[in-house]
Design a binder for this molecule. Structure first.
Ligand code: F6R
Length: 611
């Protein structure tokens, strides 16, 4: 993770870099720093904690640095070395400063070699080998540019870095796997970890290809491919989205993003529907074939979307679906001959585990598709085919609106496959398309139950352990509810398939343990209700979020929130989309009550670009 920025050729470079770092804070918020060149001397400014700490330090020197035109900056998600000032980037060696995102996997080896040359290390970071290698190379009479190339040839791993040398009016940047975007300004140039962060400054960007490196001066950008040949990369016009950091009157971005689902999912659904008669989903482009299976692969919340996708695709189209965790797929030597297509799901399009899994699938000759929210993200650029969720930037670290949009796309894919395979009639297919359009307004109805979830949150906020249960298609929602709660409130919570309780987890139940069940009206509710009885008999404090149709069956349960039933025949099928809202609201309100940092929970980052 970590966010990096470099700017050259514009006055107030430090302030501009700070403002870009604000946009990149989602990538890490353990500490932040700047390095800038003034009168051919290098200076740094660093602070532990959120970016506001660095802003405070900057205010003290603001007047002195107004004329600075060359700066690099970094917001850190610690991997190597504790969160202390020494380990805060930029990392220096003599008159060289480096900001780095990713991991230098052979840093131990390089460190030993450099120590043998009497180089003294001052940080515990893997990054520090880069500036030292540069210094040593320059002492050996290489110029800065050649020294940078020699470093790229030595370091291994996934990285993006920017380096400056105090006497040179240039920024050297390189990327391998981790993202890096160059922005072409009027009389200045800039580099950042994503396009969004610099979109208020430039209207044209260049995405570096994997393995590219580049030199930025105020008037020119030169790009080289990994074979050292100079290359031109496509310039892309971007729209500025400066409002993405606006909370619109909500207390937190997460709260805003939960409540804006009815609005933004209209975009997702709009992009899927073709003249009310068909869906803009093309299984042939994804190389989905009836006698082969599909692998769905993702991490975290996106992985739970994949699990639900499996239920839908297998149920409606009978095409076998294999669900994989991205972090496992790459290294477990998967047997892929039964599969023709891999669909990866990634909100950010940057999760390195998912990127690597997708590369592995390509190596195994699978056609790759990504469902993502971020156009031109690393995964988007490498996938054979992309489907965008179109829900706008998601700033809160916990995924909310992107999850529901991923579900809508997966369900639409399932229905398209079912229709293509004659598993559903044209009537049912058209009815699905019509019903899809009703989801946003229906979600507003569920959101209007907000107070009920606030009350539920009050009742559980002081618990140390909480269980979530769901059956069938709501089992992944139990997993998602537990993940949301633990990441936001730091309460230990686990999700289980209701039917699995008796196979072990029931041993956890003691007097007063909160158990939250998501209950659909899918013909399986009696079995789930029996599981609840078993929990109550052992002292569990049960809370049920249920389809209102189950009202009579759960009258004995004191703590319940009834979700209105969706019109027509789609209630049970759409239930994971509907039940996502309570899962999100419960976690949000518990976290808010406990006073944790809702938008930037401890130890997390929005874009997970390290393995
Ligand atoms: C949880 C959450 C994470 C992400 C996971 C994958 O709220 O947001 O679990 O879902 O890190 O991220 P993407 O979808 O960007 O690949």
């Amino acid at each position: 993770m970590c966010g990096i920025i470099g700017i050259i050729g514009k006055k107030n470079a430090c302030k501009i870099a700070l403002n870009v770092l604000k946009n990149l804070e989602y990538r890490g918020y353990d500490s932040a720093g700047l390095a800038y060149a003034q009168n051919k001397k290098l200076h740094t400014l660093k602070a532990i904690g959120k970016l506001k700490e660095l802003y405070s330090k900057y205010e003290i020197i603001e007047n002195e640095v107004k004329n600075v035109t060359l700066a690099i900056g970094h917001t850190r998600w610690a991997t190597h070395g504790k969160v202390v000032i020494e380990n805060t980037h930029p990392i220096l060696s003599e008159n060289i400063a480096v900001v780095h995102n990713g991991i230098i996997e052979n840093h131990d080896n390089i460190r030993s070699q450099l120590k043998n040359k009497n180089v003294v290390f001052e940080t515990s970071t893997d990054t520090e080998v880069i500036p030292h290698l540069l210094s040593v190379s320059i002492k050996n009479k290489n110029n800065f540019f050649n020294a940078c190339i020699s470093v790229i040839n030595k370091i291994e791993g996934a990285y993006a870095f920017a380096a400056i040398e105090s006497s040179k009016n240039e920024i050297f940047v390189a990327r391998k796997t981790s993202p890096l975007v160059l922005g072409l300004g009027d009389g200045f140039n800039i580099v950042g970890s994503d396009a969004q962060s610099i979109s208020h400054l430039v209207s044209e960007v260049i995405y570096l290809n994997d393995g590219d490196y580049a030199v930025l001066t105020e008037s020119e950008i030169q790009i080289f491919a990994s074979d050292n040949n100079k290359v031109e990369r496509e310039k892309i016009n971007i729209k500025s989205n400066i409002n993405f950091l606006n909370k619109d009157g909500f207390r937190h971005f997460m709260e805003k993003e939960i409540h804006e689902q009815p609005n933004v999912l209209i975009n997702t659904i709009g992009s899927l529907i073709k003249e009310e008669k068909d869906l803009n989903i093309f299984p042939e482009k994804m190389n989905i074939k009836n006698n082969y299976g599909i692998t769905l692969c993702a991490a975290g919340t996106s992985h739970y979307a994949a699990m639900i996708g499996k239920y839908w695709i297998e149920r409606f189209s009978s095409i076998p679906v294999n669900v994989e965790l991205s972090s496992e797929y790459r290294y477990r030597s998967p047997a892929a001959s039964m599969y023709s297509s891999m669909i990866v799901i990634s909100q950010s399009g940057e999760s390195i585990d998912t990127l690597m899994a997708m590369r592995e699938a390509k190596r195994l000759n699978l056609t790759t598709t990504v469902i993502t929210n971020v156009e031109n993200s690393s995964i988007d650029r490498e996938a054979d085919y992309s489907i965008y969720t179109h829900v706008g930037p998601e700033v809160g670290v916990a995924s909310t609106k992107s999850f529901t949009s991923q579900l809508i796309i997966l369900l639409s894919l399932a229905m398209k496959l079912a229709f293509n395979n004659n598993k559903i009639s044209i009537k049912k297919y058209l009815d699905f398309i019509k019903s899809l359009k009703l989801i946003p307004s229906f979600l507003s109805k569920i959101l209007s139950l907000n107070e009920n979830f606030m009350n539920l949150a009050q009742a559980i906020k002081n618990s140390h352990n909480i269980l979530y249960l769901g059956r069938g298609i709501l089992y992944p929602i139990a997993l998602e509810g537990a993940l949301k709660l633990k990441e936001l409130s730091y309460i230990h919570s686990e999700g289980f398939a209701a039917g699995e309780m008796k196979h072990g987890p029931i041993a956890l139940i003691e007097d007063g343990l909160p158990i939250i069940m998501f209950l659909a009206s899918d013909g399986m509710e009696e079995k789930s209700i029996s599981n609840l009885q078993e929990a109550i008999a052992r002292g569990g404090k049960v809370f049920v979020i249920s389809d209102e149709k189950n009202f009579g069956k759960i009258s004995f349960i004191e703590n319940k929130v009834l979700i209105p039933s969706f019109q027509g025949n789609w209630n049970d099928i759409f239930s994971p989309i509907f039940m996502s809202i309570p899962a999100q609201l419960i976690a949000y309100h518990v976290a808010r009550e406990r006073g944790t940092d809702v938008d930037q929970p401890r130890n997390l980052a929005k874009s997970v670009t390290v393995e």
